[in-house]
Design a protein around this ligand. Structure first.
Ligand code: GN1
Ligand code: MG
Length: 355
């Protein structure tokens, strides 16, 4: 792959093959991401997964619009984080489509940046949540209808549960028996759908990031302050409760998303509190009362929904998320359902942080 990139992709970006160093970057589950360094500079190169992103041109256009909006705000000091921007091909395009050999796009690499996969302090949680809040706030005057839905119904729990039902029915890889307890668990939680249906109709549609994982906020490694929000691939119109929920999902556990040490997987109350403080410090005056009231639901939905998606993919034979070993998606699902249960167990205490 690396040789192919050097020979056949980098020339489109005007980078000579002789001195370019290409190395894998990050922990994404969908796209292939590389850091490219050469004598004159560096960039992040991505091969988009076109099975998942069926309209990659719309995706790069969406990301470009978001970057432009944020860059404009940065010029007037209304956005304080760094902005990730597309690096164009030497013909001035946002990407190069090589058909069978991939759809490639490049982004600027931010010096001194560092991502983490597990939050280790309240300060880290606070600054990341504040950064995601700042991002949403800076986009509150961006017309979200300009963005194409690159994955329709991305955060749509009823649809995700239907996909699980279909996977259970087909059980193409005879994996159901070994995970039927988790399937039953999901079906026992369906009363959340009613609550969701009622709330969804009253929430405003806003520009959402839709993948507010801890490793999509880059820290400045010199002082661990927040540096930039990255991965604009799933920016679409939606409800901010899901952005809040994905932070809860990925910040609060002391274990990584695929850890099998389930006895350690739980929601750390102090980290949950820091997320609320950080996010609301930026959005407190932007969110409507209904949106504020929806945040607790967003947290529950996101933990449950990603568990459902991992479990579905396990049953389908791991066709969506990259896996690194057998049963990886099942392990991820068990981890996320465990976190979801911990969230429910602590409901009374956790809800006090919204006051
Ligand atoms: C995928 O590949 P990455 O890390 O950007 C997924 C998210 C999931 C996440 C789980 C397009 O994101 O929705 O929450 O994995 N992205 C897509 O870690 O499905
Ligand atoms: Mg992503």
């Amino acid at each position: 792959m690396i040789d192919f990139i050097r020979q056949s992709v980098l020339p489109y970006f005007g980078i000579g093959t002789s001195d370019a160093k290409v190395s894998p970057l990050g922990n994404g589950h969908i796209n292939d991401t590389f850091l490219v360094r050469w004598s004159d500079g560096e960039l992040v190169l991505q091969g988009l997964n076109t099975q998942v992103f069926k309209t990659p041109n719309a995706l790069v256009e969406n990301a470009h619009k978001i970057s432009e909006h944020l860059a404009k705000k940065r010029k007037t000091n209304d956005y304080s984080l760094k902005v990730v921007k597309p690096v164009r091909t030497d013909k001035g395009l946002l990407a190069v489509d090589l058909g069978e050999q991939g759809f490639w796009r490049a982004i600027n690499h931010l010096p001194h940046s560092q991502s983490i996969d597990v939050v280790s302090s309240e300060d880290e949680a606070f600054s990341a949540a504040k950064a995601f809040g700042h991002f949403a706030s800076a986009l509150s005057d961006f017309d979200a209808t300009q963005l194409e839905d690159v994955i329709p119904q991305f955060h749509h729990l009823p649809g995700r549960i239907d996909q699980l039902k279909a996977a259970v029915k087909n059980d193409q890889h005879n994996r159901l028996e070994a995970c039927c307890d988790w399937v039953d668990f999901v079906f026992s939680q369906q009363n959340i759908l009613q609550e969701l249906a009622e709330v969804s109709t009253i929430l405003p549609l806003r520009t959402c990031h839709n993948d507010t994982k801890i490793n999509n906020m880059l820290y400045d490694k010199r002082d661990m302050s927040s540096l930039a929000i990255i991965d604009l691939d799933t920016c679409m119109k939606g409800h901010l409760m899901y952005d809040f929920g994905d932070m809860v999902r990925t910040f609060t556990s002391p274990e990584e998303e695929d850890s099998t040490s389930l006895e350690n997987v739980h929601v750390r109350e102090s980290i949950f509190a820091a997320i609320c403080r950080g996010y609301l410090s930026e959005l407190g005056t932007v969110l409507t009362q209904d949106e504020k009231a929806s945040l607790w639901l967003g947290a529950r939905v996101m933990c449950l929904m990603i568990g459902v998606r991992f479990l579905t993919d396990h049953l389908n034979g791991d066709i969506y998320f990259h896996i690194h070993h057998e049963n990886h998606n099942l392990e991820r699902a068990a981890n996320q359902f465990t976190l979801y249960k911990s969230l429910l167990e602590q409901e009374v205490r956790l809800k006090t942080y919204f006051n």
